[in-house]
Design a protein around this ligand. Structure first.
Ligand SMILES: Cc1cc2nc3c(=O)[nH]c(=O)nc-3n(C[C@H](O)[C@H](O)[C@H](O)COP(=O)(O)OP(=O)(O)OC[C@H]3O[C@@H](n4cnc5c(N)ncnc54)[C@H](O)[C@@H]3O)c2cc1C
Length: 551
């Protein structure tokens, strides 16, 4: 079966970038549709933590918090510092001021109600110039599923977060992994009312706004090629076993990152497959890059180690349909744990994920990666208090995931770690850890890690405690992508896709994680950049298309 349609704007992908573009285009009077590869809407956005990083935003301003666009740019520029050649100040300015405008506009038209994640520092506060202790992370107000009516079933469910509770509650209850202290009654109530928070909450707001405006949506419809006439993109084609559709119109690619393309991930990130994986939905596979380059688009990349890759693990058996089994791990940031390599040695600030990826991928003099594989080691104190992923505090771990032993050397042998090395490391770590210190790697010194990834009730340091109480536990770790790309299409002003020679490809825009971060944040990353960039460029691209058609 072949079907043909025509719209002013075709949005490819239904993460925050695509949804923002569709809502903005519709509000400006364009006819617009969303074409989505998956059966459900929301993409990696709905699986995310829902932190949207926007300096000098209107919510902080109305709360009287001090910030400015200049300080925001200073921070973005300073944390991109290691690779100044990958930082484009013009594009960074466009993103920073566009984000302030877009966040305000989406709230004004009722597409979302924002709230601030309070007292949550920038990653590199206070060292980085322009950094702030508070005020730059927005997230959505909780939203109940009933608000979406019948369309609730089209929103993807989220496996990674305690959906329903808020960041304030999580922080007040001891932090992300202090689950023995979380208020179970409140959590059950929120589950019953289908209250959505974190990334799923944000996706729910935008999906609701999409359907409130009756914007047509095609699901299970991967865009397989762009329609090109005389170097101009004039539409899309989606060929599936159930038939082909062709849609004519200007195209906004919002297909997300390249996590599930082994070829692109190996090209841009370079983590060996057996040590890697992804927390994003499996439909997030670099399609935008393939589609864009077929029309002559240029690509570029930040170093693989600059992508915000997070330590995690792979469950022996996936749990739900579409589950890859990969899970992120905050428990390695909690006290009474360390990360070690096969020699049993620590190699990084093992509570701060950017340092873990940087050092795990480091090459030795022979060109080998001595810190891969790496392992998390912890003790009964940690087990009884924090659990691990779906395993509650003190409960038995998922079968086949975790090794345990009453002695460290036996644990080391089970995991293939040098027992003498591990014993020496743990002995040395414990001497300082009992005082809450880590003189070798500075575990638990980063303010953002202490707030977000530690146990707020653990003193003197929310991230540091000795590994001392048997039995001991250990698990092989992975470096997991999070729907945040190292490489992508090169896009200029308002997301216009560019060729190698810098010329614009007519009819083609790209937003969100299918666009390289060299245009924007450069090689630097702070949590919340991705959702912020995707929403902003969705807004800007739709505005540019409608404005140019008015000329
Ligand atoms: C566990 C986790 C936590 C995270 N936390 C945060 C956070 O707190 N803050 C933050 O800023 N970022 C966070 N991220 C990253 C963030 O979720 C993504 O970078 C962001 O969602 C990207 O938005 P996007 O609109 O570009 O694409 P996505 O949200 O990835 O959506 C892309 C959509 O395009 C669809 N698609 C792909 N190919 C095609 C095709 N050929 N045709 C049609 N549709 C297609 C996909 O199915 C998907 O629905 C997190 C990610 C994960 C996994």
């Amino acid at each position: 079966m072949n079907s043909r349609f025509s719209f002013d704007v075709i949005v490819v992908g239904s993460g925050i970038g695509g949804l923002a573009a569709a809502i903005r285009a519709d509000s400006l009077g364009a006819s617009v549709c969303v074409v989505e590869k998956a059966a459900h809407l929301g993409g990696a956005t709905a699986w995310s933590g829902g932190q949207v990083w926007i300096g000098a935003n209107h919510v902080a301003e109305r709360m009287g918090l001090d910030d400015s666009e200049e300080e925001t740019l200073l921070y973005v520029q300073s944390i991109a510092g290691a690779h100044p050649e990958l930082f484009d100040p013009y594009m960074a300015k466009e993103w920073i001021s566009g984000a302030i405008e877009a966040a305000n506009w989406f709230e004004t038209v009722g597409a979302i109600e924002w709230r601030l994640i309070p007292n949550y520092e920038d990653y590199y506060y206070p060292e980085a110039p322009g950094s702030k202790k508070n005020g730059r992370y927005l997230t959505g107000e909780p939203i109940d599923g009933i608000e979406l009516g019948e369309n609730r079933k089209l929103l993807v469910d989220a496996p990674h977060w305690p959906i329903g509770i808020t960041y304030e509650e999580m922080f007040d209850w001891g932090g992300v992994s202090a689950r023995d202290r979380w208020d179970k009654e409140i959590m059950i109530d929120r589950k019953l009312s289908d209250t959505m928070t974190f990334g799923q909450g944000i996706a729910a707001w935008f999906v609701k706004a999409l359907f409130d405006r009756s914007i047509p949506v095609f699901t299970e419809q991967p865009v397989t090629s762009l329609l090109i006439e005389s170097d101009k993109v004039v539409g899309i084609e989606s060929c599936t076993s159930s038939g082909n559709i062709e849609i004519s119109g200007e195209v906004i690619l919002a297909t997300g990152a390249h996590d599930w393309s082994p070829m692109l991930s190996s090209q841009f990130v370079g983590i060996p497959t057996e040590h890697g994986g992804s927390l994003a939905p499996t439909t997030v596979a670099g399609d935008g890059i393939t589609l864009g380059t077929s029309a002559g688009a240029a690509t570029s990349a930040v170093p693989g180690t600059a992508a915000p890759i997070t330590p995690g693990y792979k469950l022996p058996t996936p749990i739900f349909e579409g589950d890859s089994g990969f899970r992120g791990c905050y428990e390695h940031c909690m006290p009474h744990t360390i990360l070690v390599n096969r020699n049993g040695e620590r190699f990084c600030d093992d509570s701060f994920h950017p340092d873990v990826i940087l050092k795990a991928m480091q090459l030795d003099a022979n060109g080998d990666k001595p810190n891969l594989p790496f392992f998390m080691i912890w003790d009964e104190w940690h087990h009884s208090r924090y659990g691990l992923g779906i395993t509650g505090p003190g409960k038995p771990y998922v079968n086949g995931l975790v090794a345990s032993a009453s002695e460290l050397d036996s644990l080391a042998s089970q995991l293939g770690i040098n027992p003498d090395g591990l014993a020496a490391t743990v002995t040395d770590f414990n001497v300082h850890a009992t005082l809450g210190e880590d003189p070798h790697f500075g575990r638990g010194t980063n303010h953002s890690v202490r707030t977000f990834r530690g146990d707020g009730d653990h003193h003197p340091n929310p991230n540091v405690g000795p590994v001392i109480e048997p039995p001991f536990y250990g698990m092989r770790m992975r470096l997991l992508n999070t729907g945040i790309a190292a490489g992508g299409l090169v896009a200029g002003t308002a997301g216009k896709v560019l060729r190698d020679d810098g010329s614009e490809i007519e009819g083609l825009y790209a937003v969100g994680e299918c666009v390289t971060r060299t245009t924007g944040g450069g090689a630097g990353y702070n949590s919340g950049y991705s959702l912020s960039r995707a929403m902003t460029y969705g807004y800007l691209a739709a505005t540019a298309i409608v404005n140019s058609s008015d000329d």
